[in-house]
Design a binder for this molecule. Sequence first.
Ligand code: NI
Length: 394
Amino acid sequence: MPHLTIHPVIADLEKQIIAYRRHFHQHPELGFQEVETAKYILDQVKDLDLDIRHPLVRTGIVATMSNGDGPCIALRADMDALPIQETADPPYKSQNDGVMHACGHDGHLAILLGTVLALDQLRDQWQGTVKFIFQPAEEGEGGARYMIAEGALNDPDATAIFGLHVWNYQDFGTIGIRSGPVLAAADEFEIIVKGKGGHGAMPQGTVDAVYVAAQLVVALQSIVSRNLDPLQSGVVSVGQIQGGQNFNIIADEVALKGTARAYREEDRQLIKSRLEGACDGIAVTYGAAIELDYHDGYPPTLNDPVMTEVALRAARKVAGDGVGEPYLSMGGEDMAYFLQEVPGCFIFLGSAKPEHKAEKVPHHCSHFDFDERALAVGASVFIEIVRDLLPAGS
Ligand code: NI
């Protein structure tokens, strides 16, 4: 394992940071309902000299720490949990039935809270302003977008933003950082195929919506394999099909739902237009009516090259050789919205426990957990980013 250099102030705070994480884990709340979570955060920082804006977008918090002249940078954590019943039994098991921090946002909150305390103690080592953004509803509802609309990045204006994700797809002790796209655009589509029903034994005169839907499912798979540049990434998945009444009745209507993902905006637009083309073409071919409803989800998460260098320098101070390419996926993240507004970097913090090496515990599973030693690593990286971008005496 690479040698880790935890910032001494973070080392002193580590027990507290782990206690924060366990508190959040025990008391998870769903998106836009993070009322107790917000109260707890505010209570922990009430004695510090911070400018607090709350509630922003119901439960969000922007805490601004000013420390002399200098630029303003933002650090961000997401607050929400998932509608999952925890099945493992750690001492800090969720006390809220059916709700669980199964993505690690409890860790992000603890890291950011620890960073607030540490930067307050380290005021002689940096100069400028740091905005701590605690945003609600990352899981699907795009809380980040609303926080931006309510001015989370303004007054004073942030010139850079950084966020991180505990990442069980990487071993503890590693940090994944790279410039460019790191998470995908995550869109959703619904398709209704309308045909003409009839007797299963007499297809003449009918338009079989099940058959047409099946053609469509096959056709959609050609978008990535035949239209997308093979050196680029995209995926189209149909996750749900519903239709039909009985074994001997030709269905008059079938509904399909799926997701489309891409790393680049142009690939996203290509997938979207080919989807429309496939629906129109198959409708004409088979005499059906096909309606497509395409919902834009989160945009691709794009790291800025300059800020990625800052993050790399900071991470190498902490994890040395443990810093490398992130484990990438076609998942989406609403950090993407912040990164559309200001340059920044989203960092993947290796958090798989050594005993999970062979069979890793994935995010969003009901027995999700991570190596809590990653918390001090993450907070140390944030400290080093601030010291890099906002050096004392500048
Ligand atoms: Ni997450």
